[in-house]
Design a protein around this ligand. Structure first.
Ligand code: ATP
Length: 239
């Protein structure tokens, strides 16, 4: 497994939100976290990226324990986090937003590497190339989300975690963003996708975990979860 969370308990101000969470993501997998608003999905993603320290449990990435490392160290090791709400800078251009990604070092060599990575991303993803000097302020929510994902790719992560990328997007844009997620896997990234939009997310995933009240209540192959009556009733709007 590329990453393993073992018995993670995490929360805020001493009160646990997540209890005893075990999840793993293999190399080249798309894994989806399904759960209602407030179930604890963002808390888990934040614990993996290092924004939040777990109260108990361990996280292992590529065989190394990482749960006490800083967020920047985790980025350098190959973990990228695209937070909920996109958080792109509206007054800046696409290029300026991208250059803020992977900004864990200020040296000249690091800046050169960032420029090279930006060129590589523009070659791989035409939507960046076409808009590279445009100011982001007038972009649609979907375009901003694609840019937020691209910024996460600046560090060329082995694992990229996307927190609610489809939030507030039209059905067409949801599909575009999920197509991009599928392309990420084709380019060798492993993906953790946190989504309330369970059906669309499971449709592109290999496996999924259902989180309810801070616990994993169901997990398995995405296709099996899509077929499960329990999931259908609770998360897919089927009675
Ligand atoms: P959402 O889709 O709303 O992000 P989620 O499944 O990601 O839902 P979390 O954001 O992880 O859920 O929230 C889980 C619980 O933790 C909620 O009860 C929430 O109120 C609480 N919580 C989240 N962030 C904080 C914080 N900074 N301080 C205190 N409590 C928090």
């Amino acid at each position: 497994m590329l990453i393993e969370c073992r018995s993670i308990t995490a929360g805020y101000n001493g009160s646990p939100v997540l209890e005893n969470i075990d999840i793993s993501i293999g190399e080249g997998e798309i894994v989806t976290l399904v759960g209602a608003n407030g179930a604890g999905k963002s808390t888990l993603v934040n614990t993996i990226s290092g924004l939040l320290r777990p109260m108990a449990g361990e996280i292992h990435f590529d065989g190394k324990r990482i749960d006490q490392l800083s967020p920047a160290d985790r980025v350098r090791m190959g973990i990228a986090h695209v937070p909920e709400g996109r958080q792109v800078f509206a007054g800046m251009t696409v290029a300026e937003n991208l250059s803020l990604g992977a900004h864990t070092q200020t040296s000249r060599a690091a800046a050169d590497l960032r420029s090279e990575r930006m060129r590589e991303l523009c070659d791989q993803y035409p939507f960046l190339h076409e808009r590279i000097n445009d100011v982001v302020g007038n972009f649609s929510g979907g375009q901003q989300q694609m840019l937020a994902i691209a910024r996460g790719l600046m560090s060329n992560p082995r694992l990229i975690m996307l927190d609610e990328p489809s939030l507030g997007l039209s059905p067409l844009m949801v599909q575009e963003v999920l197509n991009l997620v599928t392309q990420l896997r084709e380019r060798g990234h492993s993906i953790l996708l946190s989504e309330q939009n369970a059906r669309a997310a499971l449709a592109i995933a290999d496996r999924g975990y259902v989180i309810e009240n801070g616990r994993v209540t169901l997990s398995g192959k995405a296709a099996d979860l899509l077929d499960s009556r329990e999931i259908a009733e609770r998360y897919l709007g089927v009675g």
